[in-house]
Each structure stands twice: as C-alpha cells, then as structure tokens.
Design a protein around this ligand. Structure first.
Ligand code: NAD
Ligand code: 13P
Length: 413
C-alpha cells in the first residue's frame, strides 16, 4: 500500500515548529507516512548570528539562502533559532515542488500570505489531498467572513480541517508540554469508501457561509471532493492524531472546525486588549476582566455567525478555546507587543518591526477584519471588546477607555 506524503506550507516560528513535530512522527509511523517532510520556505537571505553554535561554520561568512542554511545545518536561524530540526525536514523554495504528490498539506503561514500561496498551488496538488490549517485568523472579504480552513478548501478543491491550541511555538519547539485541538471532519466517503456519495457532511465547502446582507449571496462553484484512493491508509481521526501527537504535544481530535478556527483567530484580538491594560500597569484583575469578556465575545461571534456548526464546548473545554486565550494573554507576541506599545507610547507596528525579526502579528489585522465585518452587520455594539481594540488601534480611543467601552457588556449581567 502507498504512504502519505506530508508537506508543510510555511516556515515561520510556528510553521517550522509544526514541521519538526510532524517530521518526528512521520519517522515514527513509517507504516502510514513517508518520512520526508517538505517545508515550503518563502526564500530570503540570512546570516548566521554571531551567538549561534554554528557561528564557526563555513556558511557563517555572509548571507546565505535560508533554504540552504536549513538543509545544511538543520536549523531555521531566522524564525526558530537554536532549535535542531530533524534531518527529514527538507526546506524547499518552490511551493509547487514542496507540495508535489503530497496527500496531506499543512498550511501554516501568517494569514495575509495565504491567498497568494493558494493561488500558486492551484492545479499543482493531488486532487484527493487533505489539508489542515494551522492559521489563526479569519478572511473577511466583500462576500462575508470566512474561516481559512474553508477558504483554503474552496480555493484548492480539497477538504481542509484545522489545528489550533494554547501553542506558543517556542515552548513546543523546546518540547515543553502543551495540548492542542485538531478539528477534522471530512465527508463520509473517506472512511474506507472510495466513492463519494451525496454531499459532504460538514466539509469545508458546505460550512454555513455568512454573507453581507446588502449583497446577493455569491454562487460559489463547488468542486466535488475526490475520495482518497483505497491504497492509502485511511485518514481518520486515529491516523490524523498520529501525525501531530507527541509525548510533549498532546492532541485532542474534534469535529468542530469552525469553533477551532474561530478560537485561534479571535483570541489574538483579546491578547492585544490584555497587552493594553497590562501596559498601563493595571495588574492581573484588569487582564482577567478583558479575558472574560473576550471569551464571551468569541463564543457569541461563533454562535451568531456560524450557528450551525460551532459548539460552545469547543471554546470552554478545548485547548483552542480558553486555554489559548490564557497563554496568549500571558506571553504571546500580540500581548507582548501591545504592552510595549502602551509602555513606550509607540505604534504597535513599530514595535512589531523592532521586536519580532520578521515574525508577524495576527491580532492587529484580525481586529480590523473583524471590525469591518461587524460594521457591515451593524453589530459592533454587541462586541464591545473587539470594537474597543479596533478603536484603540485607530487612535479613536485610548487604552484607558477600555473599562468605559466594556460597560455595555458588563452592565448586561
Ligand atoms: P511568523 O510570524 O514567524 O511569520 C514569518 C513567516 O512569514 C515566515 O515563514 C516568512 O517566510 C513568511 N513571510 C514573510 N513574508 C512573506 C511573503 N511575502 N509571502 C509569504 N510568506 C512570507 O509565522 P508563524 O509564527 O509561523 O505563524 C503562522 C500562523 O500560525 C499564524 O496564523 C499564527 O497566528 C499561527 N500561530 C503562531 C504561533 C506562534 O507561537 N508563533 C502559535 C500558534 C499559531
Ligand atoms: P501570538 O501570535 O500572539 O504569539 O500567539 C501565539 C499563539 O497563537 C499561542 O497559542
């Protein structure tokens, strides 16, 4: 029988970490997966830092292609410095080459780059490939608010699930214990039945699609999903879990793709608010208040706009919900940069540029995207925290205004 080839699309801080996790597993489960994991790298030149243990290497004399550094020294010096990568992670600068023949595609990029990546993959992947999106963000267009799992699925004509959790990448790269949630619920045709029958249950192509009311609902061309050929091991929860689960990275499999995707996207807005109040020196109670309202608004967003598929328990019981909110509001990049921006009185984009060495904040763009969507729905007031974060980023309000801006939410109870 054939084995699954796995490709990781993206090689940032989390992209490289997940490639490490997966490569450890493909080696361990050789009956299901090909050991080699191709990781698409957006090519750039980089110099090995002076404090690196590889500073005496022949490659340390000047700038080198990042893919060459990763493949020669098995370290992503720019986005995951100091972590040894398994030798079966192969960095590839050509996205189509990285994805060639892959039956499992893991999407792990800052969300602003995903549309272009999908464009470059169209027609270049095996038609029965399955995807998992590790992206924390939502895609807001004139047509509505879409999950990345859904939009990737539609753009590429494949089924795409989602992975999200309380997962600060550097901690997982150091193999410190954490949990994650993987949502995977492909149409029934995958379960040992190679013939697609009827329409998929909750596939990426039939998740409820919210459209702006003043525009007619676009009729999207639905590509019929192709069944996985029977010579491949089935991609059910048990085998999917084997791709991600490590002794230090515990996976819980669920079916609520929308809940998992939204938890990861929306908590980035909340983490900015937590950073704002912490930057003011207001202490843990203020942060907890922001987190409480944040989880409530996240559930409300899911229940309002993705009512058919979101489960409240995904937010309250799984790593992708409240646990991710807690970790992100404690030590995430969005939290840290928002805090510094208040402490130093500087725009958050300036702090991001200075502090993150090319890594990208997702909370700022998500705050704008979610705001533009809520505005179209006339529902900004129902989401006072999300609206407050947008308003502070826009300089229409100050972080000090947060208690006042949250008043409608807290007065309700
Ligand atoms: P990152 O913040 O490290 O961003 C850097 C990546 O962006 C690099 O791979 C770089 O090559 C790429 N890039 C830069 N310019 C590009 C361009 N023009 N086109 C294409 N790619 C370009 O990325 P990350 O941390 O791997 O985040 C990916 C996703 O994972 C995000 O949605 C993030 O929210 C989520 N996430 C991150 C963490 C974390 O701790 N880093 C944890 C969980 C989830
Ligand atoms: P940041 O992008 O804010 O670092 O959050 C990382 C994360 O998603 C932790 O689960």
């Amino acid at each position: 029988s054939r084995k699954h080839k796995v490709a990781v699309i993206g090689s940032g801080n989390w992209g490289t970490t997940i490639a490490k996790v997966i490569a450890e597993n493909t080696k361990e489960h050789g009956d299901i997966f090909e050991p080699e994991v191709h990781m698409w790298v957006f090519e750039e030149e980089y110099s090995i830092p002076k404090d690196s243990k590889h500073a005496n290497s022949d490659l340390a004399s000047g700038k080198q292609k990042l893919t060459h550094l990763i493949n020669s020294l098995h370290e992503n010096f720019k986005y995951l410095p100091g972590i040894a990568l398994p030798h079966n992670v192969v960095a590839t600068p050509d996205i189509a080459e990285a994805a060639r023949d892959a039956t499992i595609l893991i999407f792990n990029l800052p969300h602003q780059f995903i549309a272009r990546a999908c464009q470059n993959l169209q027609g270049k992947i095996v038609p029965y490939a399955r995807g998992i999106s590790c992206i924390k963000g939502v895609e807001v267009t004139d047509e509505g608010c879409e999950l990345f799992s859904d939009s990737i699925g539609q753009k590429l004509g494949i089924y795409c699930g989602a992975l999200s959790g309380a997962n600060i990448a550097n901690e997982i790269a150091l193999e410190k214990f954490s949990e994650t949630t993987v949502a995977y619920d492909p149409p029934a045709m995958d379960s040992q039945n190679p013939t697609p029958q009827g329409s998929p249950k909750t596939s990426s192509t039939n998740l409820p699609q919210l459209v702006f009311e003043d525009k007619p609902a676009p009729t999207k061309k639905k590509t019929p999903l192709q069944a996985l050929p029977s010579e491949f091991p089935p991609l059910h929860h048990k085998n999917m879990k084997k791709l991600f689960h490590r002794p230090y990275f515990h996976v819980r499999m669920v079916s609520d793709v929308a809940g998992v995707s939204l938890g990861g996207a929306l908590k980035n807005i909340v983490a900015l608010a937590a950073g704002f109040v912490d930057g003011l020196g207001w202490g843990d109670n203020a942060k907890a208040a922001v987190m409480r309202v944040g989880i409530m608004e996240s559930v409300r967003f899911g229940k309002t706009f993705f009512a058919d598929s979101v489960r409240t328990e995904t937010f309250t019981e799984e790593s992708c919900g409240v646990a991710d909110l807690i970790t992100s509001c404690s030590g995430g990049r969005n939290f840290r940069c928002a805090k510094m921006s208040v402490q130093e009185g500087k725009p958050i984009a300036e702090i991001e540029e200075r502090e993150l060495n090319g890594q990208k904040l997702q909370g700022t763009s998500t705050a704008y995207e979610v705001h533009s969507f809520l505005l179209k729905q006339g529902m900004e007031k129902e989401f006072p925290l999300f609206t407050a974060v947008w308003s502070i980023l826009e300089d229409k309000n100050r972080p000090e205004d947060i208690p006042h801006l949250l008043e409608p939410a807290t007065a309700e109870k």
